[in-house]
Design a protein around this ligand. Sequence first.
Ligand code: ADQ
Length: 736
Amino acid sequence: MSSAKRKSGRLIIVSNRLPVSISKKKGKLEIQPSPGGLATALRALHTEKKVVFFGWPGYIPENSNEHKFIESTLREEHKCFPVFLTRREIDKYYYGFANRTLWPLFHYFTSYCTFEQSEWEAYQHVNQKFFKKIIQDSAATDTFWVHDYHLMLLPHLLRSYFPQTDIGFFLHIPFPSSEIFRILPWRNEMLEGMLGADLVGFHTYEYARHFLSSVLRLLGHENEFGAISIEDRIVTVDNFPMGVDAQNIMALLREESVKNDIKKFQKTVGNKDRKVILSVDRLDYSKGIPHRLQAFESFLFRYPEWREKLVYIMLCVPSRTKVRDYALLKQEVESLVGRINGRFGNPGWMPVHYLYRSFPFERLLPLYAIADIALVTPVRDGMNLVAKEYVAARTDDSGVLVLSGTAGAEAELGEALVVNVYSKEDIVEALLQALEMSEEEQTRRMRTMRQRIIDYDIHHWTRCFISGIEKMRDLKAQREHQRLTDKWKRKLLSDYQAAKKRLLMFDYDGTLISFAKKPEDAKPDVELKRLLLLLAKKRKNQLAIVSGRDRLTMEQWLGDISCTLVAEHGAWIRVDTHSSWKAQKNISTEWKSQVMPILITYEARVPGSLVEDKEFGLAWHYRKANPELGEIRSCELFDNLNEFLANTDLQLTHGKKVIEVRPGGVNKGQAAQNLFMKDAYDFVLALGDDWTDEDLFKALPDSGYTIKIGYGPTKARFFLDSPQSCRRFLHDLTKK
Ligand code: ADQ
């Protein structure tokens, strides 16, 4: 059983708003479900045991009695721990930084962004406030799942208080490209905040990619298949497309009251002579409402034969009404609706039915059920649950979804009619296509989408994310097990002391010395030379430096130490100071003239990169290049060379910021084995950082001490976190 399954703490969900909200009507406090996509998701978790929620209840208590009453009612009846905010905090943090800075920026509306120092300070302060409230009522054994752009600093705050605790973060809105993100003056703080989590989730692969690219460019952290090593932790970044509660939607559709509403609507708005087009949104500029209305107007103008044969029901739920841009949007939408109805309507037909209010979900469903077309055309949307709810509600597989390509949902709903919301033409033609679509084609498209929505529903989403956190927990436990703790270090040193003959094999770059921008700058310093000389001098020790470097450099830098030098990953060996270099086998170098021009092309294309010409190998280094360009080009070069070298016995490796080509059969493992066979060693130690050192670790017996410097998957028995820790460890060895 994984450690995850054994864990006994609670799951703590933290979001700006609780799944329920408080309001006061006629002097009486009322509790209602909160609006919006995130609240919908949280409600699905509500029934889970051992889940509790922290968030703002949407209300400012008028006195301490109300405060106490709300606190105890929410806690006891709804598993909710309210974080109360003041009017000023709501203005500056919620309406300010969250909704005038982050929301527009992350949705690519840069011209709507404000960058106010006081709002940023309020954002930091409220994240702190959440943190302080949470730690009062939680423990290190709990698992934390923090949601959305309001609380991006919280994972880091929790991490500094609970270093080992499991923390997940999910962003419900898009993560923009790094070109956009880096406009934010406090960009590094935001990234560091998110990276406090073990698992960072997004709706789509694209958002995850954008995030990884910002982390690389701004903080310099590389990733390997979405795993970022930060000091002694690993943060995994992945995509978890959120679903809807499809089973619940289908069950509600079977309820009498919903069926009655469907019948009623069929008689009034949608009958067989009149098609229904539906849209459901929060009134937000990211939802593309004016674009859609303008396209609808063009449609009525261009295709007069459709007038009176359709009706557009446009539901808008009020949102962020205190933000100026939202108030302006409301005016714009209302004036467009008025214009269309005035221009095309008549006493018996109103083209647009505009409803500006929130509906209980049971009242929304009949509309999904009767709508022939759902027109979901956000300009930019993290996911868009409305599109998925519509599909889930089409239990007879009829209906057409028109969906913009800039909604996250598009990645999963390719059978929809996908439009570019900025092209009026596109929407007009998609509307026509939808209205004229045959029943067979509707069924074909809808059935596929519906099955997907059923399979990948909201429960699947929560399960996947939580099991992602559990995997991280297991990984942490495994890494903890591999840490070279003081206890293990004592055991190693005592075995070292007791041994009669010891073989010590050390990689050079990234192990004995930190990486330098240029390979020639990583010369051994005085301290390193002293440590190596001391270790080599001990009678019982056989010291070997096993490197990918060329033999000339090794000779110049380390030639005076009485040890074995292995160069070019094992192609060359110099047994001791009195011997000369020997090639391990008869190696041809004819291939180099063919590979070199390819590497030179990349050297020219990637400023800062350079080609190293070794005797038996060639390497292209890109440590000094722009990290992102280097990563992209290195993958491209690797693919090119892979094909080019397919039928040769050359081997291609992608190490740390380097791509190398060298003859087959030459590797550090082979070299280690040759050394190991030479004598009867009763203590073997290997230190390395790169994956070329994995060959070395694999070649050694299980009783050997193998230590990886840095983190990441490894065959080594232990970890040390950096070349600096490695130095300290060498000091300890010299003292024995
Ligand atoms: P939202 O921007 O709120 O969510 P969306 O995903 O479409 O957008 O969710 C809206 C939810 O509100 C739906 O469940 C819908 O049924 C409900 N709703 C909309 N209009 C309503 C009305 N008039 N009355 C009642 N209910 C209404 C944010 C992100 C999205 C992301 C979600 C979830 O902006 O991109 O999909 O979070 O991660």
